[in-house]
Design a binder for this molecule. Structure first.
Ligand code: ATP
Length: 140
């Protein structure tokens, strides 16, 4: 299968650079999959599990939240706000964040802005839990 050059640079630094077959990620308009020779394109990233198919056909998963993706002259740049490869996700931390957000959302007095923040935090935690490798830690 044809490949192309992908870079992933988040606020924390460079997370990936290399040849890949494809990337699938969630944009604000839904899931997109970029293959080689994709037309020039730019959009905002939503929150979801990104799947990167490497040159050798193996797939890696990551929690990919916010930012932009651009395709220009066959090069793909992903500039997420946060990007954590599956194996780097701290499951206990995500579970704790989920519980804090759920607790906060129980408060009937919460104003609109605080509710939106808590919902976003809950969604980030759910994306991380859904993207994490669960073979070494339990999510029960
Ligand atoms: P928390 O309350 O645990 O900080 P959060 O959703 O508020 O969660 P973010 O503001 O989205 O966290 O991220 C802050 C930084 O911490 C980013 O660099 C992000 O990659 C990292 N991060 C957040 N949660 C995790 C996690 N569960 N595992 C690994 N890295 C994480």
């Amino acid at each position: 299968m044809s490949t192309y050059h992908l870079t992933v640079v988040s606020m924390d630094g460079q997370d990936f650079e290399g040849e890949v077959q494809k990337i699938l990620l969630r944009t604000i308009d839904g899931d997109i999959e970029i293959l080689a020779r994709h037309t020039d394109y730019c959009t905002a990233i939503g929150m979801g599990t990104a799947k990167v198919t490497m040159e050798d056909g193996t797939e890696r998963k990551a929690a990919c939240i916010g930012g932009m993706i651009s395709v220009m002259n066959g090069e793909v740049r992903v500039l997420p706000t946060t990007w954590e490869w599956s194996e780097d996700i701290d499951i206990e931390r995500a579970k704790a964040a989920k519980e804090r957000a759920e607790e906060r959302l129980k408060d009937q007095q919460l104003d609109k802005e605080a509710r939106i923040r808590a919902e976003a935090k809950l969604y980030r935690a759910l994306v991380r839990l859904g993207s994490a490798r669960h073979d070494h830690q339990s999510d029960q």
